[in-house]
Design a protein around this ligand. Structure first.
Ligand code: URP
Ligand code: ZN
Ligand code: ZN
Ligand code: ZN
Length: 557
């Protein structure tokens, strides 16, 4: 394969790149513990032509089948990373991992699919998609697309429909930060939320107040703080909390589901928690009723203003049946926010400090532990990476001014290991929950379950074998990303992905990658995921509760 050899010669240095395409399309994974999000059992997994054909104990196969012994190991769905930026043009440069090197790194770490963000070209969604389709031609694993919305007019509105109905995109991201480039205002966000709702597409937000960040940056420069620590100081957690709350309220106002990407702070997480448990009063002008909630939480069964049939009688408008409805808000922490703290930003070496610069920033110690807790108790639902890497030469664009340091950190290769070590080995989540937060929930939210995110007959054969008794170690020398630094440098932990199978092919085994550019498939993602179920009914009940119009007599003089 000359195309693949080209990659070998390009010095990427993966053993047997392109030459090791396994001829066997039949695989048997024997004797492992097969773990899905809701079930686990000791069973064999039989794969043919890229599809899981059977999951049963003691399967018998013919001699032409490649057999992999998984005794004592966990056989799990390959990871799905909901948040990556490969080959993205950003802040005057382009991320150093493209759709080949980033995906190769992903496969070495047990991730078999990712969803990348298409950035429109001069606001054009069509041109943006074409450009990403071109970039993705070298893919060696399956991928899907979200799309960013950076302006809104009739043409964008029409193109959003084309994206959803013809191009397999079911999610749109709105940046509330990056003033002057990607940022949108509230008016645009509202238009976008309404359009997403009508198309059954999921609205996603990067939640930081971009105007206030701009102000914070000026403040730091005036103080003479120009190094990487200025990045974190200029955009504190309260600006993330504010934007998260605002986006949630506006999504609640439109009554459409919302996905908050890269939740980095307690402030943002608490807004998500509040919304997910919120009491909603269909005929009431106020969304939150502290008095009612207070009375209920104190366990008073019949508080003064509370009627078990009628609900809150606090307000005139509230005197009919109440219902409680958690707002449909999804929170995505990223692995950097879960396991790192901001201390690296104060390192005296610029290359070391600048590698940690991402937005929202990695927060002070403590936020990470609380986010881990929120992941384990279900306030946050799935883990991404925001893999967006620039090498130290690119990071040095901001040597004199933190505002020019390209934002982004690595993680696509490290996510599965770090979530396992941090969350499962510490006992914070079960092994089933590991599968849920790294794979299954992403597949459900982006509406591709059970094709992805499950080990059941009929699913794509994207599978990992993890040895809980082995260990991993992370460093820039041995990682597969093209970048020359790693924010997890030197980290070791328990649990190792020993085998990755993508589309039925063994692509990672014995610490060797066998990846083929062009072998990855584009996965179309249909609209109206489970989060949209019942939204129309809630709208109807809201409308019927309005009781308008009021007939009024003309005032007599
Ligand atoms: O710093 C980051 N997060 N870079 C990628 C762009 C984004 O905001 O997701
Ligand atoms: Zn973002
Ligand atoms: Zn009320
Ligand atoms: Zn991102």
């Amino acid at each position: 394969n000359s195309q693949s050899n080209q990659f070998c010669e390009a010095g990427i240095g993966y053993g047997e790149v392109g030459c090791g395409l396994s001829s066997s399309t039949k695989l048997l994974i024997k004797g492992g513990t097969v773990v899905n999000a809701h079930h686990q059992e000791v069973a064999d997994v039989y794969v043919e032509d890229g599809i899981i054909v059977a999951v049963k104990p003691d399967l018998k196969v013919t001699d032409d089948v490649k057999v992999i012994d998984a005794t004592g190991k966990f056989v799990m769905p390959g990871g799905i990373d909901p948040h990556t930026h490969l080959a993205m043009e950003f802040m005057g440069t382009e991320t150093i991992d493209d759709f080949f090197s980033g995906q190769a790194a992903a496969l070495a770490g047990g991730t078999t699919m990712h969803i990348d963000f298409v950035i429109p070209v001069n606001g054009s969604l069509i041109a943006g998609l074409e450009s990403y389709e071109e970039k993705a031609k070298k893919s060696c694993m399956d991928y899907g697309f979200h799309m960013a919305i950076t302006k809104f007019d009739d043409s964008v509105s029409r193109d959003m429909e084309i994206m959803v109905k013809e191009k397999g995109i079911n999610s749109f991201k709105f940046f509330l930060a990056y003033k002057g480039s990607l940022m949108v205002n509230d008016e645009l966000l509202l238009e976008g939320l309404k359009r997403c709702k009508s198309l059954g597409a999921l609205a996603m937000v990067h939640a930081e107040n971009g105007d206030a960040v701009f102000e914070g940056q000026k403040r730091m420069i005036q103080l003479g703080i120009t190094g990487p620590e200025g990045h974190a100081l200029s955009r504190p957690p309260l600006l993330e909390g504010e934007a998260t709350a605002r986006a949630i309220r506006l999504a609640g106002f439109v009554n459409t589901p919302l996905y908050v990407v890269h939740v980095m702070s307690i402030d943002a997480m608490e807004e998500i928690a509040k919304a997910r448990k919120s009491a909603y009063f269909p005929n009431c002008t106020a969304l939150y009723h502290p008095l009612c909630n207070l009375s209920l939480s104190k366990g008073i069964s019949k508080p003064f203003l509370w009627d078990s049939k009628q609900g809150c009688k606090m307000y005139f408008n509230c005197q009919i049946l109440f219902k409680t409805l958690g707002q449909r808000v999804v929170g995505e922490p990223v692995v950097s926010g879960l396991v790192l703290d901001d201390s690296g930003l104060w390192d005296s070496d610029f290359a070391t400090a600048s590698k940690f610069v991402m937005s929202p920033p990695i927060r002070a110690a403590g936020h990470n532990k609380v986010l881990q807790g929120a992941l384990s108790n279900g306030i946050l639902q799935l883990v991404g990476t925001d893999h967006c890497v620039f090498n130290s030469t690119q990071k040095a664009l901001g040597i004199d001014d933190f505002r020019k340091i390209p934002n982004g950190v690595n993680g696509i290769e490290e996510r599965m290991h770090l979530v396992w070590d941090t969350m499962v080995e510490s006992g914070q989540i079960s092994i089933n929950d590991f599968v849920r937060v790294t794979s299954t929930e992403c597949a459900r939210i982006f509406n591709i379950y059970p094709r992805k995110g499950a080990i059941i007959a009929g699913s794509d054969a994207d599978i990992i074998i993890l040895n809980p008794n082995s260990s991993f170690e992370i460093n820039a020398q041995s990682h597969h990303s093209r970048t020359d630094t790693n924010v997890y440098e030197g980290r070791r932990g328990k649990g190792k992905v020993e085998v990755t199978i993508a589309g039925g092919r063994v692509v990672w085994e014995n610490n060797e990658l066998k990846v083929v550019p062009g072998s990855g498939k584009y996965i179309e993602m249909p609209p109206f995921n489970y989060l949209f179920s019942g939204i129309d009914k809630a709208d109807a009940s809201y409308l019927s509760s309005l009781n308008a119009p009021v007939k009024r007599s003309k005032p007599t003089t």
